[in-house]
Design a protein. Structure first.
Lengths: 542, 165
């Protein structure tokens, strides 16, 4: 049996899990069990897919056995399989974290019971987008994940979340409409929406028409991926959502946009016509994003800006579009999903332990909770690209590719990449100095939860619980565990996964280079979908 | 391929009105704008499908080009369902926003305004003599002050070292 035929399960299983979780909406314990089991099984299937794809290359699955340009096709290659595995692993960690949070805070009933089904639908949408073999299925995948994300973003319906949710929904809908318009235009021009078929047919079009279609798609995906001039919405909307939701959004949603951009650039519109534009955009994304991060005093907002900035690295790799550059970009996407998510999860823990994520109100966390400090330090250094970590390996690959290309603009881009890496370190160091290193009393307005457990002598390290304080977030509550084991455990797991990217750096780089090679070659993808020899028959050079 | 001018004119009008409404500050108008944009996109899909023809049910003896193209209609159907769901959700948010704030307008991001208005000078990072905020006192100082009792809030920021003694 062909293992790749299991690919649709990556979409179907989370949907089934979501349906079951909806039915169990009154039984939160079984709901949790269902959603965690679903994600575990999905992850296992996807690991099999990845192992299969890394040996065999690209495979296409025809839903309902309809032949390629007519039916719905799902395509598993190294890139999509790698993305599937990383995204499911990250979603599983975040789900366990969120479950821990829900259990500790006693949100047994209330609107939170909608969280599990919606979350599974989000995962299904992400998987569908990664597997989609035609543009419209990609659109549907985007819509599934976006609609789920609207619900998660406005969970609880508080004033700040509604305010941020409105902006987020409007921006996302506009980008989706742009995507739909480009699909309509592409269909009108070529008569197909199957990506492999398009790869052959788009080349016959007039170059000006091609450019219009190309740019339309890039703008639509650029909004979703938060590439610089189109990134304005992200730092505004992400930080207001609950910590686990922000974490999974930061990790996955923008990367789906990047994934779609990579497919557009490599499969649909190969060639270097707009590489200069992409390079400039990548540079601006990196620099403007990271300068924004320096100005923030809220850790979540700071991280949202670093998220925007590091999308620039992926566009950088894509713009260079050599095997090394694209391979490094693939590796960087995997690295960034894991690291950015773990940083947001740690920030959620900081917020619980210190009562706030505002740097002006935090202090002394390194002494109060050394383990929390370690959990922040490792992904922080990883994001900044300090040598043993995967962030360094990814950036090294990108810089190598840039130097190898050797054009003046590529050198400028290499410089911008190094500078961004340095400023990222500075931004992380600012958080470290304020939230972890200084004394709690030195904070401008120390948070009551932080102070309550740090100044009364002996309670400094043992105070894991806060009992009914008169002020602060947990006012009027019975004893609350500030750092529940489940949440810390999930975060630790994800941080370790980030470290393991270094340990597995060799095989992973091999895999991502293979993926890049196949994507740049194009014929494996086209042949897998349309049958052997389709590329030669159409007479298209890769 | 013949072009249906009516469809294109309607599409253009929908896009123009939709973008105009989208730029309004009232949420209800923004929603109306989004609906118009989505419908304009549907029109575009329909126009892209080519001239209308027979219903795409196979019967022998009819040339393939006499049928109308079923794919754009399937796409439009999907996109109508999606925009319907999103519209319903937007209405929910707008209603919630009205309940919470009694206003139907796009709100400013307060934190963003605050960051934008603050000066670039940061007392901790940019002061000429940086304020010492470390938790760890040099060894001789720690010996002089056994127990190293914590003092009150805030007073330390001015001169941490002298107070320790």
């Amino acid at each position: 049996m062909n293992i790749a035929n299991l690919a649709p399960l990556a979409v179907v299983l989370p949907f089934l899990g979501a349906a079951l979780a909806f039915l169990l909406i009154r039984h939160s314990r079984s709901q949790r069990a269902v959603s965690i089991t679903t994600l575990c099984v999905t992850l296992m299937i996807e690991i099999f897919l990845l192992l299969d794809a890394s040996g065999k290359g690209t495979t296409a699955v025809f839903i309902g056995n309809w032949a390629a340009p007519f039916g719905i096709t799902m395509v598993v290659d190294q890139f999509s399989a790698l993305m599937l595995v990383v995204s499911s692993a990250v979603s599983l960690a975040v789900l366990i974290y969120a479950t821990g949070q829900g259990m500790t805070d006693g949100d047994e009933d209330g609107p939170i019971s909608i969280f599990h089904p919606t979350y599974l639908i989000l995962v299904a949408g992400v998987s569908n987008a990664f597997l989609a073999g035609d543009l419209f299925n990609l659109y549907v995948g985007f819509e599934i994940l976006l609609t789920a994300s609207y619900v998660l973003m406005t969970l609880g319906g508080t004033t700040p979340r509604i305010r941020a949710g409105v902006t987020y929904v409007v921006v996302s809908v506009v980008s989706s409409v742009l995507f739909l318009i480009s699909i309509g235009m592409i269909y009108a021009a070529t008569g197909t929406i199957n990506m492999a078929d398009l790869a052959l047919k788009l080349a016959d079009l007039d170059p000006a028409t091609q450019m219009i279609l190309h740019l339309m798609l890039l703008v639509a995906f650029g909004i979703k991926a938060a590439v610089f001039p189109l990134s304005f919405w992200l730092p505004d909307s992400y930080p207001t959502a609950p910590a686990p939701v922000t974490a999974v959004f930061a990790g996955l949603l923008t990367k789906v946009g990047v994934y779609a951009m990579v497919r557009t650039e490599t499969l649909l519109f190969p060639g270097d016509r707009i590489n200069t534009l992409l390079m400039i955009v990548a540079m601006l994304t990196m620099i403007v994003g990271i300068l924004g991060a320096l100005a923030q005093s809220d850790i979540k907002r700071m991280l949202s800006f670093t998220l925007v900035s590091h999308i620039g690295y992926m566009v950088f790799g894509l713009a260079i579009s050599t095997v090394i550059g694209l391979g490094a970009a693939v590796y960087y996407v995997a690295h960034h999903i894991i690291v950015q998510t773990s940083l947001f999860l740690v920030t959620g823990l900081i917020e619980r332990r210190g009562g706030t994520a505002n740097m002006d109100r935090l202090g002394g966390l390194a002494k109060i909770s050394p383990f929390l400090a370690l959990l922040f330090f490792i992904p922080g250094m990883n994001l900044a690209g300090i040598p043993p970590f995967s962030g360094f390996l990814g950036k090294l690959g990108l810089l190598q590719a840039g130097v190898e290309l050797g054009t003046p603009l590529a050198y400028v881009l290499v410089g911008a990449g190094v500078l961004t890496s340095l400023i990222t370190l500075l931004a992380i160091a600012r958080v470290w100095n304020r939230a972890f290193w200084r004394r709690p009393e030195d904070a401008t307005h120390p948070d009551p939860i932080l102070m309550a457990t740090s100044t009364d002598g002996s309670a400094v390290t043992t105070s894991r619980r806060v009992a009914g304080h008169s002020t602060g977030k947990f006012a009027g509550r019975s004893a609350v565990s500030l750092l529940p084991k489940t949440m810390v455990g999930a975060t630790t797991g994800l941080v370790l996964l980030g470290v393991s990217l270094t340990v597995l750096g060799g095989p992973l780089f091999e895999l991502s280079d293979q993926a890049a090679q196949q994507m740049l070659d194009r014929s494996p993808y086209i042949d897998a979908v349309l049958g052997e020899g389709a590329t030669e028959a159409a007479g298209v050079s890769p | 391929m013949s072009v249906n001018v009516t469809l294109l004119v309607i599409m253009g009008a929908l896009f123009a009105a939709g973008i105009y409404l989208l730029l309004e500050r009232s949420l209800t108008r923004v929603l109306l704008g989004l609906i118009m944009l989505a419908n304009g996109a549907n029109m575009l899909l329909l126009a892209g499908g080519g001239a209308a023809g027979r219903a795409p049910l196979y019967s022998s003896g009819i040339a393939p080009e006499d049928y109308s193209d079923p794919l754009p209609q399937a796409l439009i159907l999907t996109s109508i369902v999606i925009s319907f769901a999103v519209t319903a959700f937007m209405l929910g948010i707008i209603y919630r926003s009205w309940i919470l704030g009694r206003q139907d307008e796009v709100q400013d991001d307060i934190e963003d305004r605050r960051v934008a208005s603050q000066s670039s000078f940061d007392a901790e990072d940019d002061a000429e003599i940086p304020i010492e905020t470390t938790e760890f006192t040099p060894i001789e100082e720690a010996e002089e002050a056994p127990g190293n009792q914590r003092a009150g809030i805030g007073s330390r920021a001015s001169n941490p070292r002298t107070e320790e003694r």
